[in-house]
Design a protein. Structure first.
Length: 275
């Protein structure tokens, strides 16, 4: 990573295979529990983790929705179940031995997905995963990486770019749309309940802007907001996946962003690697 300003980073992924990225100081084999791995961004996270040689335990409701390219990968273990339906001991069994947990869970964009149960999917999953990690009391803190959205606020009004009109709009949105309220509550839970100094679970909340198709390209990371909700920026889903994988494999990336809610947007590069 190259620093461009206080609180900002520009990332230029190399042309080497994903498995060779990171900073070279991580163990040869890591294990990640991934939830939401059948979604558009989650599928890219899954593929990129496997490309880096990371062992993945993927909790999915339907294995048939996994990306076809991952079938038969020896580093992939599929647990076909609803995360919220797993018993506590079953969840702890899947969490045992994991170095990181990545959640790409989100609400399906349909009437049933937006207004139907569970309305607190992301918050409930975050709560259960973090409690499961804490119950295991691992010797080294587990990295919890939550995919969120720029509609989520940092605490204590730190997102100073957000003016009164945007704040009022988001307040109304959270009152009307359960997913908007759910995403904010999940982030608040990590900030307020898990906290920055938890001995067993450390966290990062990744906030992309408008999600796009496309391959891995240059992207920038910011502690605060970059664009207005009414003039949104753009973020390739492949770039979100790349950053989340970097948080797993790069100690320096984790040190930069743990306990924070970084915003990720595409950079100015015209070239892109394959998705």
């Amino acid at each position: 990573m190259k620093s461009t300003a206080v609180g900002s980073r520009c990332v230029r992924p190399g042309l080497l295979p994903e498995a060779l990225e990171g900073d070279g100081t991580v163990p040869a084999q890591q294990t990640v529990l991934l939830v939401g791995g059948t979604g558009r961004t989650g599928g890219r996270v899954l593929q990129q983790l496997l490309d880096r040689g990371i062992a993945v335990r993927a909790v999915v409701r339907s294995s048939g929705r996994l990306p076809p390219d991952v079938a038969g990968n020896p580093n992939l273990t599929v647990i076909e179940a609803s995360l919220l339906s797993l018993r506590d001991e079953e969840l702890r069994q899947q969490l045992h031995g994991c170095d990181a947990v990545i959640s790409c869970l989100g609400h399906v964009l349909s009437l049933k997905g937006i207004f139907g149960p569970p309305r607190d999917l992301v918050t409930s999953a975050t709560t259960r995963l973090c409690r499961g990690v804490e119950a295991l009391q691992p010797a080294a803190p587990v990295r919890f990486i939550l995919m969120s959205s720029v509609s989520v606020n940092r605490p204590r009004a730190l997102d100073t770019r957000r003016g009164p009109l945007e704040r009022a709009f988001l307040w109304m949105l959270r009152g009307v749309l359960p997913p908007a309220r759910d995403n904010q509550r999940a982030a608040d839970l990590l900030v307020e309940k898990v906290g920055p100094n938890n001995p067993y679970a450390q966290w990062v909340v990744v906030r992309p802007d408008s999600l796009l198709e496309g391959g891995v390209s240059e992207y920038t990371l910011h502690e605060g907001l970059v664009n207005s909700l009414f003039a949104p920026g753009k973020t390739n889903m492949a770039n979100v996946a790349h950053f989340m994988c970097e948080l797993v494999t790069s100690p320096s990336a984790w040190a930069d962003w743990k306990g924070k809610l970084p915003v990720i947007v595409n950079g100015s590069s015209k070239s892109a690697l394959p998705a």
